[in-house]
Design a protein around this ligand. Structure first.
Ligand code: AHR
Length: 488
């Protein structure tokens, strides 16, 4: 029998709510026709789709990265401020569409306020200049009295927006990126941009674009970048998209190993750079793009809307990402699922309504029920090998606590039920609890507009619990056990 042993003295760290964030990119119908749609019967006076807003509030992402992605490397933020009728309609160079600029900085901040999400702006290091990035910080964060801050006030926002998180470019190592740079050229530009941006507001947190591939040489990019500017950045980004090209469930579920490897590798490079440069404050990781994404080709066709349709197994892989964020909460600062609506997204829209994809549900569970502190559980279970990874554990687990409420998230990666004993070393557990089960017998099951509730959550109460109890996790499933600690 498997076991999950929970020792509250083995604390990993505090779990930042910002690990459950999302991403809004000007890509396909993510913004226009997604969160924002002028003249839709669903839209409010500002143009925000109220049905989407309600779904986003239910999903509860805590931080929203914007405006890209590849899009940002051709975006000039000044095009998207001021009276809408005066804003230019320009080519969206990255994705081939037309960008009317009706959703710009002020609308984005309004959307963050409406969804109770922290803003996170990524700047243009492709066609953009370091001065333009710096001016954007002034527009958002400076008190009135200088040109760009006064411009914000003129546009109706007297008070600074207080945007804390600032990305310094997106995926700058990729040949698909507008204005791709080699590592040293990017490092030089990013260092100067970060310097100017911090001069505009010293309280901001900057995120440099780490290598977004798993290529063996990705370490060279990150090493060059961090060695050059460790002192000028607070965070480095990781992007990762999981794929099931071989239609092999076991291999797909081994994504857990790929995620952990990339985080560990990036932390090793951070340690090395901090050692070399003498930087004391830890550089954190922003896992600021992640998802399953492989059916819709983003590079072959620039007109592609990339409206990936998600099935049940995709959602289990999303749960693995989320478990990994909890288990690495001590070195992660944010994580952002890519993306929120329509393009590679949890929510899909049509003119007449919306659909919650399978991937909505794991995110919902984590954003609502992960506790404030994470613990390093000892998981003893079977394992399997894939062509890439040896010893992939059958169970993927995270354990967290909020006061006396414990959350145990378990992904069963196998096609068999897994009987498991759950043991607490120090706490007494109340006899009753709750379980949320995310299970479908067909791993390819999807929610569609015609049948929107094929895949969802089941909630039940549990009884007969104690500090050591057995639970059988269904095959290929995500389970959340909600347990309460009794005060002794
Ligand atoms: O999410 C789609 C694209 O994937 C983003 O624009 C880019 O950053 C990544 O390559």
């Amino acid at each position: 029998m498997n076991s999950i042993s929970i020792d509250s003295e083995r604390r990993i760290g505090d779990v930042s709510p910002l690990l459950f964030g999302s991403f809004i990119e000007h890509l396909g119908r993510c913004v226009y026709g997604g969160i924002y749609q002028e003249k839709s019967p669903f839209s409010d006076a500002q143009g925000f789709r109220t049905d989407v807003l309600a779904a986003v509030r239910e999903l509860a992402p805590t931080i929203l990265r914007w405006p890209g992605g590849n899009f940002v490397s051709g975006y000039h933020w000044m095009d998207g401020v001021g009276p809408k009728e005066l804003r230019p309609c320009v080519k969206n160079i990255a994705w081939g569409s037309c960008e009317p600029n009706h959703f710009g900085t002020d609308e984005y901040i309004d959307y963050c306020r409406l969804t109770d999400a922290e803003p996170f702006i990524c700047t243009n290091m492709g066609t953009g200049t370091i001065e333009e990035a710096r001016n954007w910080v002034e527009y958002c964060n400076a008190p009135t009295g200088t040109y760009f801050a006064d411009l914000r006030a003129k546009h109706g926002h007297e008070q600074p927006f207080g945007v804390k998180y600032w990305g310094i470019g997106n995926e700058m190592n990729g040949p698909w990126q507008i204005g791709q740079l080699d590592a040293l050229d990017y490092a030089k530009k990013a260092r100067e941009a970060a310097k100017l941006m911090k001069w505009a507001d010293p309280s901001i947190r900057t995120i440099v674009a780490g290598d977004c591939t798993d290529d063996p040489c990705c370490v060279d990019w990150d090493r060059t970048l961090l060695d050059y500017m460790a002192h000028e950045t607070d965070c480095i980004s990781i992007h990762m998209y999981a794929r099931n090209w071989e239609n092999n469930f076991a291999q797909f579920m081994a994504t857990s190993q790929r995620i952990a490897h990339k985080i560990n590798l990036t932390n090793a490079l951070i340690d090395t750079a901090m050692h070399k440069t003498g930087k004391k404050e830890r550089i954190k990781i922003c896992f600021d793009e992640w998802n399953v994404f492989y059916r819709e080709d983003s590079t072959a066709n620039r007109g592609n809307l990339i409206e990936e349709r998600y099935n049940f197994e995709d959602a289990l892989v999303c749960a693995e990402f989320l478990n990994a964020f909890v288990n690495h909460c001590d070195t992660l600062e944010t994580a952002n699922q890519s993306a929120l609506v329509n393009a590679v997204a949890t929510i899909r829209t049509r003119e007449d309504g919306l659909l919650l994809q399978t991937t909505f549900y794991p995110f919902y569970l984590f954003s609502h029920f992960v506790g404030k502190e994470a613990f390093d559980a000892l998981v003893q279970c079977g394992s399997y090998d894939t062509p890439i990874y040896e010893g992939v554990p059958d169970l993927d687990v995270s354990v967290s606590r909020n006061g006396r409420d414990w959350s145990v998230f378990v992904v069963n990666k196998t096609q068999l039920p897994q009987s498991t004993s759950i043991r607490f070393f120090h706490e007494q557990i109340a006899p009753v609890g709750e379980v949320y089960e995310f299970y479908h017998d067909d791993m390819k099951a999807e929610n569609t507009f015609e049948q929107p509730n094929v895949v969802g959550l089941q909630k039940r109460s549990l009884s007969g619990l104690s500090s050591c109890f057995s639970y059988e996790f269904p095959p290929h499933s995500l389970t959340l056990l909600r347990l309460e600690e009794i005060v002794q």
